[in-house]
Design a protein around this ligand. Structure first.
Ligand SMILES: N[C@@H](CCC(=O)N[C@@H](CS)C(=O)NCC(=O)O)C(=O)O
Length: 230
């Protein structure tokens, strides 16, 4: 039950950075919800009927109505529960636009550059992908410096949309070091983001939401073996 008495159900899969994003938004807003783990090899009827277009997790179901796409879900949570917990988006329209721009940057650049770290065939492919992830984060580090204005989070004193979007990836970014030998959130290259990562993970209930690195590594090994990757 959410605090407004409405029912919230999240369809997810534990290793998904997109699902982690939705969980983080719910956690930061202080909303309780029913979590349903999906078997993506055998999707439930509820998932297929709730997200008939993409058939992907996460799906948030609020009072029986489905909301799909993780970034849309995060913004929906903020709108639908505007009076509950901290706001994930700034009130000022320009600052909202800036937050949405950087959330979209992370969405477009980070995931696409990171994917070959996960499924690259050779260790060189994986290494090169990790170097590109570092470049994406270096660019983001500059934005973080400007937008946070020296405060703890991208959104200022409290975590917001951009923090949640990056935070959803944190488990996998931390796992990259063991996957390909490159520390992608490197205190030497992106010191502000390295400090941010520790601060973000220390927020109430956040550590429990970010998937465990060891479990992610085992999952990646299993997926690679299943796809005949070395
Ligand atoms: N753009 C989507 C991506 C969601 C996504 O890719 N979900 C994956 C799990 S990480 C999924 O459901 N995969 C199932 C499939 O590909 O059939 C979002 O942000 O919600």
């Amino acid at each position: 039950m959410a605090r407004d008495g409405g029912e919230l159900k999240l369809l997810g899969m534990w290793a998904s950075p997109f699902v982690a994003r939705a969980k983080l938004a719910l956690q930061i807003k202080g909303l309780s919800y029913e979590y349903v783990e999906e078997d993506l090899g055998n999707k439930s009827e509820l998932l297929l009927s709730s997200n008939p277009v993409h058939k992907l997790v996460p799906v948030l179901i609020h009072n029986g109505k489905p909301v799909c796409e993780s970034s849309v879900i995060v913004q929906y949570i903020d709108d639908a529960f505007a009076g509950t917990g901290p706001s994930l988006l700034p009130a000022d329209p320009y600052q909202r636009a800036v937050a949405r721009f950087w959330a979209a940057y992370l969405e477009d650049k980070l995931f696409t550059t990171w994917i070959p770290v996960y499924i690259g065939r050779t260790s060189e492919d994986r290494l090169e992908a990790a170097r590109q992830v570092v470049a994406v984060l270096e660019k983001f580090e500059q934005a973080f410096e400007e937008c946070s204005g020296g405060k703890a989070f991208f959104g200022g004193d409290a975590a917001g949309l951009v923090d949640v979007v990056l935070g959803g990836f944190l488990g996998w970014l931390r796992a990259s070091q063991m996957m390909c030998g490159v520390r992608v959130i490197d205190p030497a290259k992106t010191p502000l983001l390295a400090a941010w990562a520790d601060r973000f993970a220390a927020l109430d209930g956040v550590r429990e939401v970010i998937p465990d690195v060891q479990r992610l590594l085992e999952y990646n090994k299993m997926r690679r073996a299943r796809h005949g990757l070395p």
